[in-house]
Design a protein around this ligand. Structure first.
Ligand code: PLP
Length: 371
């Protein structure tokens, strides 16, 4: 997908916000714990490389990604820090992963055995983090017996470096701690068979690091709050101020006075009751403005202007309070006048979470880095 450089619609990423959000948490971490910035999915849509650069300045010690290609992107950009792939990697990529000095998550002895077939007659070293399923039900060892067998196997085969062990919490962003505590106790049971401990013991995503820091271990996987977003969506307060890094603006490319009883957009789902000023904005669902945003208000000159009719692939129409010149700024995310639209506002409207809204922005939108 090309970046639309000749259209006025841009994601503006404020690096100083990312810096503050990461640095505040790095300063707060106890016992010199490492902060690995999570930059999967193109840095939650913010741009993995640019976020990684700022993260290093702010004190990040390493990175987490979801899949190999995201790790290779960082290595190719010259990052030397540790990189952990959080998902399960393909066996056929084991040599490449080791050559790139990237760490993998392993959730079964079977995977290690198959990887060893590839590695055993080479001088490659694969850094391994063992994942533990303490209640997320996604990936990880299910019990201490399986875990012990994997650890023994790692020790016996010298193409492996047993570098880390971790789990992931399902409810760290909630007030009710019952399920969280159950996962902690399962984790502690697992850890009884881990002796000696590997270099990194980690359980914390953002929510755990912010609200259950006593569990942190010696590394955190810090994601969403680095981008200035509250993992709970606002339901639980963060211990320090978060600065949203992303804003999205476009402009009015066409403005017209429409007579009463005139329909707008595909399906003719909106019909003017009286004379109305209608503005067209050159952005649509192919940019990540989902069709569910029909009816949501964008900001123009400090006014709330609802999206009228269906969002098209590349354009959408809004109802304006008055005539405005072509080229007038339209704010989709961010401040305009004394009003502000947050990713959380869009998430609430579309019945989802801000994580998903940020990831929906496609590469056609140009990303501009400020500060
Ligand atoms: C995505 C992810 C994280 C980061 O989560 P945030 O809520 O953004 O902090 C941490 N750990 C794992 C295993 C993940 O998949």
């Amino acid at each position: 997908m090309v970046v639309a450089k000749h259209r006025n619609a841009e994601l503006i990423i404020d690096r100083s916000a990312i810096y503050k959000n990461i640095n505040a948490e790095k300063q707060r971490l106890q016992n010199n714990a490492a902060l690995f910035m999570v930059v999967k999915a193109n840095g939650y849509g913010h741009g993995a490389i640019q976020v990684a650069e700022t993260a290093v300045k702010a004190g990040a010690d390493g990175f987490c990604v979801a899949m190999l290609d995201e790790g290779i992107e960082l290595r190719d950009a010259g990052f030397k820090q540790p990189i952990l792939i959080l998902g399960i990697s393909r066996i056929e990529d084991v040599s490449l992963i080791a050559q790139k000095n990237i760490s993998v998550t392993v959730a079964s002895l079977e995977w290690l055995k198959r990887a060893n077939e590839i590695l055993k007659n080479t001088n490659l070293l694969l850094h391994v983090h063992l994942g533990l399923d303490t209640g997320m039900g996604r990936i990880g060892f299910q019990n201490a017996t399986e875990l012990k067998a994997a650890i023994d196997y790692l020790k016996k085969n010298n193409n492996f470096d047993f570098e880390g062990i971790f789990t992931h919490f399902a409810t760290a962003d909630e007030h009710d701690k019952t399920y969280f505590d159950l996962q902690v106790s399962r984790f502690n049971d697992f850890m009884k068979v881990v002796n000696p401990r590997p270099k990194y013991v980690h359980v914390s995503n953002t929510a755990t690091s912010l609200w259950h820091s006593q569990c942190n271990g010696n590394m955190v996987r810090y994601g969403i709050a680095g981008y200035g977003l509250n993992p709970s969506g606002g339901y639980v307060k963060p211990p320090f101020k978060l600065y949203p890094a992303l804003s999205l603006t476009s402009e009015i490319v066409h403005c017209k006075l429409v007579s009463p009883n005139h329909s707008i957009g595909y399906g003719a789902t909106y019909t003017t009751k009286e004379q109305q000023w209608i503005g067209t904005v050159p952005i649509g669902y192919a940019d990540g403005i989902t069709r569910k945003m029909q009816g949501f208000s964008l900001l123009v000159n400090g006014y709330e202007c609802p999206i009228v009719g269906r969002v098209c692939m590349d354009q959408l129409m809004i109802k304006l309070p008055e005539e405005v010149p072509v080229g007038t700024k339209v704010t989709i995310v961010g401040k305009n006048g004394d009003k502000e639209i947050t990713l959380q506002d869009i998430a609430n409207y579309c019945d989802t979470i801000h994580y998903e809204v940020a990831c929906l922005f496609t590469n056609r939108l140009k990303r501009v880095y400020i500060n």
